[in-house]
Structures are given as structure tokens and as C-alpha cells.
Design a protein around this ligand. Structure first.
Ligand SMILES: O=C(O)CCC(=O)C(=O)O
Ligand SMILES: [Fe+2]
Length: 379
């Protein structure tokens, strides 16, 4: 399709006429739209006014330019004499924000830079190469796609993605190009998994304690389960958008796992909802943004809450991020941990597993924290 045609059919003010042709174009993703030279946001991506980035009409005041200094956890302190203080800071960050930045995490800088670099190069591949991995099967071990849930989204969002699922029981299916993707991403995945295990160990220490021997054993049993757990790597690409106030890179959502380790490049865009306000997370070079997911909310019986976040786009810069979502193995049940349930804190959530989650999101348009809400025993 010529750039002129792409533009002609995509004015932001009127509804398109040729639905089928357009739909084919949108399903190829926003990178492809941009390569076609689009200068206006197509109708398909235009959010209703209350859901737009600068809207205040949903009662939550928006603070597009209001940056948030998230708690910063220094990972090296978890290894030293100050461990108990660092564990406490981590527990406070999880309880008060559900999000924190992690510095001095020990993953070599070249592993991180290579992952961002090869991710950018993946999205620069010709569409035919990227589209080899397109699939509507949510269980596909490697999946290329666009928007949030492209088979269900009424309004599309300005994001293309590559998702790679690894489960200890199966081989990981990395894309075969760029030629160095497999090696660089496998190293990155191994390093982030190791980091996740160490953070989770400290989080369990904060939640369940360590002083009595049986509690320590309990933590070890849980950690062993995490070693065989699932890891989903999501590589996100947000091309520059001609009218960034009309759409979002990702709509408000929470992540399904225990923790997400997010690597963002230097371009800001991630916002979290804190005290009813949308606040932009300032990128810190070489840091991870880490957030509590739905499974940790369930496991902690609601002490730690998964947090709504969304992504803004902008008109000038490409943004790439790599999210690594960690949980138990796909068949395991996640449930409120028995020792965190008592008379004062009765069980708040139903048991859940990955299959329930997939079933839920494949039957409706996923929004906000709807899945988690569906697991609550009472509100
Ligand atoms: O790109 C980002 O900053 C956030 C990505 C995200 O929320 C996700 O992949 O779940
Ligand atoms: Fe997310």
C-alpha cells in the first residue's frame, strides 16, 4: 500500500469506510503503519475522550509531566551487612508503591545494552521476517503481534510486541533473526531469572520472616518452585506517533505474574497509578523497574497489590522496553499463602493458575485489573 493511500484512509476525524482492507493493515502493527508514512492517527487507535492520556474526566487527575521518584532499592545492600534493612525497604516499597527501581543489580552492562540493541534490530527487520511469528494462539511459545490483545481490543494501542515464553520443562523458541538474537536474549533471560530468584528470596524474607527454622525451610520450598517456574519475555516497540494525545502505547493494566523486571531505554513513557494520579516513571540508566504482579497480590493475600500502569507514546522517539514476567510453572496453583491467612486477614482470593488467566483474557477485552477482581472472594 502506498503512503498516500495509507494516509487517505486514516484521518483522525472520520470513521473509515473500507473495513476489511484497514483491518488487514492494522493487524500488521504500528511499525508497519509508520513505515507507510502515516501522518495522522487512524480511527482504530483513537481512544474515547475519558481514556486519553490527558483526560481528567474519569475523576483521576492526569499528570503527564509529573514525574515520580519511585523507591530505589540498592541490590548490593541485600548482600551485605545491611541485608535486614534492605529487606525492610523492599517490603515497604512493595506495600506502599507496588513498584520500585533496582540499581546495582549485578547484571553486566553489556548484557543489558545488547538486549536493547538486538530488540531494536528485531523490529527493524522486514515485516515478512517479523510476521513469521504472528499467531493468534495465546499459548504459542513465541508470538509476534500488535496492540494489547489484538483479537479482542475495540481500540488498538500503539505498540508492537514479541513474546517468548520459557518454562523449565521445554526448550525456548527464540526467533532465528537477527542472527545473534538467540544468544543475546538467552543470556539476558538467564541473568534476569537469577536476579528474580534473589529478589524473590528477599521478598519472601520480608513477608514470611526468617528467624525460625521452619519458616526458612518454607521459603526454600517456595523458591525451589520458582526455579522451575515460568518466564515470559515481552519485547515492546512503540514507534513515534503523529498524534500521541489520542492514543496509548499500552492501556491501563496490571501484570499477571509475581514480579515483572522491566528494562526501559532512555525514552520515558511508563506511567503508574499512584494515589489516583498517573505519574511518569523516570528512566534511571542501567536500572530495572520492578513491579508486583497479580500472583504476588494473591500469594500475599492482598498485603502487596499489583499496580495499574500504562504507556504513553510520543511524536519523535522510538521507545523499546523488555519486560520479563516471572511466576510459578504454568500448571501450578497460585493461592494465598496459608500463614498469611488468619482471623484478622481472612482469605481474600480464589486459587488461580495460568490456564484460568488465558481462558479469561481470550474471552473478553482485558481491562484494568479485571482478571484479579474476578479472583477476589469479596471486595
Ligand atoms: O513499556 C513499558 O514501559 C511497560 C511495558 C508493560 O507494562 C508490559 O510489557 O507489561
Ligand atoms: Fe505491564
Amino acid at each position: 500500500m502506498s503512503p498516500a493511500m495509507a494516509n487517505a484512509m486514516t484521518t483522525s476525524s472520520c470513521k473509515p469506510s473500507d473495513g476489511q482492507l484497514e483491518s488487514q493493515l492494522y493487524h500488521k502493527g504500528v511499525k508497519q503503519l509508520c513505515d507507510n508514512g502515516i501522518t495522522k492517527v487512524p480511527y482504530k487507535y483513537i481512544l474515547p475522550v475519558p481514556e486519553r492520556p490527558s483526560s481528567i474526566s474519569d475523576g483521576r487527575s492526569s499528570a503527564k509531566h509529573h514525574n515520580l521518584k519511585l523507591p530505589v532499592i540498592d541490590f548490593s545492600e541485600l548482600k551485605g551487612l545491611n541485608r535486614s534493612q534492605a529487606v525492610k525497604s523492599l517490603a515497604d516499597a512493595c506495600e506502599q508503591y507496588g513498584f520500585f527501581q533496582l540499581v546495582n543489580h549485578g547484571i553486566p552492562m553489556d548484557v543489558i545494552n545488547n538486549m536493547i540493541d538486538v530488540s531494536r534490530r528485531f523490529f527493524e527487520l522486514p515485516f515478512e521476517e517479523r510476521s513469521k511469528y504472528m499467531s493468534s494462539d495465546m499459548r504459542a511459545p513465541v508470538r509476534y503481534g500488535t496492540s494489547f490483545n489484538q483479537s479482542k481490543d475495540k481500540v488498538f494501542c500503539w505498540r508492537d510486541f514479541l513474546k517468548v515464553m520459557s518454562n523449565s520443562s521445554s526448550d525456548v523458541h527464540w526467533p532465528s533473526s537477527p542472527i545473534d538474537f538467540r544468544g543475546l536474549a538467552a543470556t539476558y533471560a538467564k541473568e534476569t531469572k537469577h536476579l528474580f530468584l534473589m529478589i524473590m528470596e528477599a521478598i519472601l524474607e520480608g513477608l514470611l520472616g526468617t528467624t525460625e527454622e521452619d519458616k526458612t525451610k518454607e521459603n526454600e520450598v517456595i523458591l525451589e518452585e520458582f526455579e522451575d517456574g515460568s518466564q515470559l519475555m515481552v519485547v515492546n516497540c512503540y514507534p513515534p506517533c503523529p498524534e500521541p494525545d489520542l492514543t496509548l502505547g499500552m492501556p491501563p493494566h496490571s501484570d499477571y505474574g509475581f514480579l515483572t523486571l522491566l528494562l526501559q531505554d532512555e525514552v520515558e513513557g511508563l506511567q503508574i497509578q499512584h494515589n489516583q494520579k498517573w505519574l511518569t516513571v523516570e528512566p534511571i540508566p542501567n536500572a530495572f523497574v520492578i513491579n508486583v504482579g497479580d500472583h504476588l497480590e494473591i500469594f500475599s493475600n492482598g498485603r502487596y497489590k499489583s499496580v495499574l500502569h500504562r504507556v504513553l507514546v510520543n511524536s519523535t522517539a522510538y521507545r523499546v522496553s523488555v519486560a520479563s514476567l516471572h511466576s510459578l510453572s504454568l500448571m501450578s496453583m497460585v493461592k494465598p499463602w496459608p500463614r498469611l491467612i488468619d482471623e484478622e486477614n481472612p482469605r481474600r482470593y480464589k486459587d488461580t493458575n495460568f490456564a484460568t488467566f488465558l481462558e479469561y483474557i481470550s474471552t473478553r477485552e482485558p481491562k484494568h485489573k479485571d482478571f484479579l477482581e474476578s479472583r477476589k472472594l469479596y471486595s
